[in-house]
Design a protein around this ligand. Structure first.
Ligand code: SAH
Length: 248
């Protein structure tokens, strides 16, 4: 069981698999006013940077679940490196349907809401692990400006313009689900560059190192097309943020 190999190739050097930068991740941790000993669940935790740095900076403990064996392995190494391995566990598993044995103070799904069929499904899943009064974190894209055509939406790698909302609509959708939006940290275009452009060097180095791999044609095609696609579409039209929610 694993995610499609292309992601393990293109994002192998990423610590954060999203447009949020280390300083914004730190801003978010501070903004949430986490207390030492708080328990955090992170579904689709990637390489575990959020849990590891918040364990170091705020003394939280927690569980990360991710379907990439590479990323969960990197998360365990990072926890060792930051001296927080005793407080965190990283589980290589499909997070669909994952519910923590012990209720958590913060339940997160940051940039992986398809795991539970979208934002509403992810909130419902996370709520099953959350103590009363706890905080849900959702990381999700939104349209910075309405895509003028479906071609533009597809250029942003959406199936259609209906995949995402404008920011005010996304906030209203959380409220309609019965949640107060109590904090948010939004990515910017520099953050998008860190996420997307970092893949290009990783792909180039991978191509140099793996000339006989069966994925060469696919990775080469991506390296050829991604810079212009990204600059034309994603960078202009797509925003991204992490939203903190508390049930009303
Ligand atoms: N939250 C992390 C990773 C976001 S990228 C971060 O911000 O860095 C999306 C992640 O979802 C990837 O790490 C991918 O491996 C993971 N993923 C995809 N499908 C999954 C599933 N069904 N169960 C668990 N993790 C999944």
């Amino acid at each position: 069981m694993d995610i499609p190999r292309i992601f393990n190739i293109t994002e192998s050097a990423h610590r954060i698999h999203n447009p949020i930068t280390p300083d914004k991740l730190a801003t978010l941790g501070s903004a949430l006013r986490l207390v030492s000993g708080a328990r955090v669940l992170d579904l689709g935790c990637g390489s575990g940077e959020m849990l590891c740095t918040w364990a170091r900076d705020h003394g939280v403990s927690g569980i990360g679940v991710d379907m990439s064996l590479l990323f969960t392995g990197q998360a365990k190494c990072r926890a060792e490196e930051l001296g927080v391995a005793d407080r965190l566990s990283f589980i290589h598993a499909d997070a669909a349907g994952y519910v923590a044995d012990e209720k958590v103070d913060v339940a997160a799904c940051v940039g992986a809401t398809w795991i539970a069929g979208g934002v509403a499904g992810s909130i419902a899943l996370l709520a099953r692990s959350l103590r009363p009064g706890g905080t849900i974190l959702i990381g999700e894209p939104y349209w910075r400006q309405s895509p003028p055509s479906e071609e533009v939406a597809r250029g942003c790698l959406a199936h259609s313009s209906a995949d995402f909302l404008l920011l005010p609509e996304l906030l209203a959708s959380f409220q309609r689900l019965g949640y107060d939006v109590v904090e948010m940290v939004l990515a910017d275009q520099d953050g998008w560059d860190r996420y997307e452009a970092a893949k290009w060097l990783t792909m180039r180095r991978w191509l140099n190192a793996n000339p006989a791999d069966e994925m060469v044609a696919e990775v080469r095609a991506r390296l050829d097309s991604e810079p212009v696609r990204y600059a034309t579409y994603t960078r202009e039209y797509l925003g991204w943020g992490v939203f903190a929610l508390m049930a009303r």
